[in-house]
Design a protein around this ligand. Structure first.
Ligand SMILES: [Zn+2]
Ligand SMILES: [Zn+2]
Ligand SMILES: [Zn+2]
Length: 501
């Protein structure tokens, strides 16, 4: 059997371009819908674009001739699609360049060949530079050339490829840095993946941008010493690590925490006592640390550096003793909940996980394994089913959880938005590993693991979520109701539906 049934001029039989036939609306031969615009006329009749698209993307073994090829023909009696020859479709789908039988783009070229031509057009011809030639190959070996064709239609992508092609932007990390944006990062990732650019640490450049954003708009008394600290202590150290090929994720994370805490402290000092890093006293530091969560001790490094650089030689900050501290006070719990609610020191999922731990005394091992189905929305607001019955989630915690639900990370790698977990993992279909959540919260200074969960349970009993909300300045009208229930055992509290006032 001739694998290339060419006979009729394809222009007469296959309308490559949609054509409006306003006078007649024939139904599609496959789906039966009335179609003002048709994609092709084949022996079976006229085809709509959807059916045509499906037809020219179906490959397999033809049930009539047993050849492995494109199967655009209508299904046989068994419902199995057939090949061009057996269906007597008068069109040859072989690519005129590479001879692959597939849907045509740009005249009679397959998607891959059309993509290569399109990339060459944008790059000003077939590139000589190995990195760009490699980039074209890399984009064309992608298993979905059609999605790259669509991506390439974006004006930003076209501009980027043009400027890379004409040499305006060199194909280097530094060159790509001059055109920030998603298309650039996509290209950088491809270039790195295929060894066309060396791997570069992604945390360091983001950290540099983060410092600028963090310090923007601060009073000079606060901004200047922190910039010095960030630049001469942290950046120098982290750049050296990156240059040595070490991971900078952890160091960047703790540097951000130390900078954030130092900014908070210096702002407080500036506003409360009108003093600066240079005129700060030991009492100031002691007061600040004693009156807040353990993360406040993260200002220690700033004062170690301040002593070395003779900025302030009178203040010392002890290492935080969170790991040996036997229990958490109610004030610390409230301060932590406040921090998780409003802070920027950790990303939203970890803040929500920490909040569930501190608000409802749920151990992290259990928190990370919670399905989204335990959250419901009733007319009285959000409820969460931690026991057998749902319990109220007061504002502002409900909003934070809604916000998290709407933006759960890692869904792209998982089962899409059907992922059942409140905290999806980067591994498809799994929930976050408890160890990951513990590490992240522990590095923030929340040392609230299994052993101390009982202690949190007691704190929850004295001050359940609605009272926490009130203590933090929310919903005072519900305080009375919950105050009377505060003495009930936690199990009963968690196990009953509390009606709103
Ligand atoms: Zn159709
Ligand atoms: Zn066949
Ligand atoms: Zn081809």
């Amino acid at each position: 059997m001739d694998p290339k049934p060419v006979g009729l001029c394809p222009r007469r039989t296959v309308r490559g371009r949609p054509r409006a036939t306003s006078d007649r609306h024939d139904p599609c031969a496959r789906c039966g819908r009335n179609i003002p615009r048709l994609a092709a006329t084949w022996p079976e009749g006229r085809l709509c674009f959807t059916c045509y698209f499906n037809a020219v993307h179906t490959h397999g073994t033809c049930p009539a001739c047993l050849q492995d090829r494109l199967l655009p023909g209508p299904p046989n009696a068994d419902g199995h699609p057939t090949c061009v020859a057996c269906a007597e479709i008068p069109y040859d789908f072989h690519c005129q360049r590479c001879n692959v039988e597939a849907a045509h783009h740009r005249g009679r070229l397959c998607a891959r060949c059309a993509l290569r031509d399109g990339l060459h057009d944008l790059l000003g011809g077939e590139p000589n530079q190995p990195a760009l030639a490699g980039l074209v190959d890399a984009l064309c070996v992608d298993d979905r050339p059609e999605s790259i064709i669509v991506w390439k239609r974006s004006a930003k992508v076209q501009e980027l490829l043009r400027t890379l092609g004409d040499g305006t932007i060199p194909v280097t990390h530094e060159g790509l840095d001059t055109v920030p944006g998603k298309p650039t990062e996509h290209l950088r990732a491809i270039l790195q993946h295929h060894g066309l650019l060396p791997q570069r640490d992604q945390y360091l450049p983001r950290f540099e941008q983060w410092i600028d954003a963090k310090l923007a708009g601060l009073p000079d008394d606060v901004g200047q010493p922190v910039r010095h600290f960030a630049t001469w202590h942290h950046l120098r150290r982290i750049r050296a690590k990156a240059a040595a090929g070490a991971s900078t994720r952890g160091p960047v994370h703790s540097a951000k925490q130390e900078i954030t805490e130092t900014v908070k402290f210096l702002l407080w000092l500036h506003e409360t006592y009108q003093r600066t890093a240079a005129t700060c006293t030991q009492q100031d530091v002691d007061e600040w640390i004693a009156s807040g969560p353990t993360t406040r001790s993260a200002i220690r490094t700033f004062f170690v550096v301040a002593t070395k650089t003779r900025l302030n030689t009178t203040v010392t900050v002890q290492h935080r003793s969170a790991t040996t501290s036997p229990s958490l006070s109610q004030d610390q719990r409230l301060a932590w909940i406040h921090e998780l609610l409003t802070g920027t020191s950790e990303s939203l999922p970890y803040r929500v996980a920490g909040m569930l731990l501190l608000l409802y005394a749920q151990p992290l091992v259990r928190v990370v394994a919670l399905p989204t189905s335990i959250i419901s929305n009733s007319e009285n607001g959000m409820t969460i089913a931690l026991g057998t019955h749902p319990t109220d989630v007061p504002e502002p915690f409900a909003s934070t959880i809604w916000q998290h639900l709407a933006s759960r990370p890692n869904l792209r790698t998982g089962a899409g938005s059907n992922n059942p977990w409140l905290f999806p993992s980067t591994l498809a279909g799994r929930h976050l590993h408890p160890g990951t959540a513990m590490d992240r919260l522990r590095s923030l200074g929340v040392n609230l693991l299994g052993a101390r969960n009982r202690a949190i349970g007691e704190l929850v009993l004295q001050c359940p979520p609605s009272l926490v909300a009130e203590a933090l300045g929310y919903s005072p009208q519900v305080a009375f109701l919950h105050a009377t229930k505060a003495a009930e055992p936690w199990a009963r509290y968690a196990g009953r539906r509390i009606s709103s006032p």
